[in-house]
Ligand binder design. Structure first.
Ligand code: SAM
Length: 225
């Protein structure tokens, strides 16, 4: 899979996309992540990529020219372009799965007040939010999205089954997990998990997942995928 990220702050991506599971996925060639600096497509002395909003008001707006040029010169034609914005569709695991099934997509990170509306109208295919709150830029949301997608690529996780058993995979939250020691500070791990009875263990996990979902996220049960 190829993922292109368009940003004014490419250095922000160095850590999160170069560690742990994402790092290994890149090294194994499961994903080719390319970061593009929108500012490289400015043509004035100060490399200006933003300007004051028409009509007045606070903040700055990313101008369309550098973004159009970046998209047209750096992305293969027809690349699915996602704009990270608090006004987008709230991100769900189902949307992550849909993106993970693509050969490629690109992510546009806004900043300041966001991008000139003509960018959204002419270039953007989908708009995604990571929650009902406002961040300073689209870089952290883009990292969230890329992390969630890359870990679903076959071979990215040590054990591919782990992605299928996690929260949201089948409309349920995950069950509780325990590891050694069996008793920690007087707290005993559930006996059933130590029993070796795989049928009983699977039943217990399912019941726990259902109870947890009812208690914490009853909305998931009725949510459309
Ligand atoms: C300060 S925000 C702009 C908010 C915009 N003026 C509004 O009220 O909808 C700057 C940029 O951060 C990103 N951003 C902020 N919060 C986000 C969120 N919850 N989900 C996705 N992107 C977000 C977007 O790329 C946005 O263009």
């Amino acid at each position: 899979m190829r993922i292109d990220i368009l940003t004014l702050f490419p250095e922000m991506f160095a850590g999160p996309l170069s560690e742990s599971i994402i790092k290994r996925a890149r090294e194994r060639g499961l994903v080719d992540i390319r970061i593009h600096n929108i500012r490289d497509h400015t043509h004035d002395k100060h490399r200006t990529a933003d300007d004051r909003p028409f009509g007045g008001g606070p903040g700055m707006v990313l101008t369309p020219g550098p973004i159009f040029e970046c998209v047209e010169s750096e992305l293969p034609e027809g690349t699915h372009l996602v704009y990270m914005t608090p006004q987008g569709r709230p991100l769900t695991q189902a949307m992550v799965e849909e993106l993970a099934g693509r050969d490629a997509f690109a992510v546009l990170c806004g900043h300041y007040e966001g991008v000139d509306e003509r960018v959204r109208e002419a270039l953007v295919d989908d708009e995604i939010s990571i929650g009902d709150y406002v961040l300073t830029g689209g870089e952290l949301p883009a990292m969230v999205l890329v992390d969630a997608v890359v870990r679903l690529l076959p071979g990215a996780l040590g054990d591919d089954e782990s992605a299928q058993q996690e929260s949201f995979a089948d409309g349920l939250l995950d069950c509780p997990h325990y590891t050694r020691p069996e008793v920690f500070r007087g707290m005993q791990a559930p006996e059933v998990l130590l029993s070796g009875n795989h049928g009983e263990i699977a039943r217990w996990r399912r019941e726990q997942a259902e109870a947890r979902t009812r208690e914490r996220r009853p909305d998931l049960t009725n949510r459309e995928k």
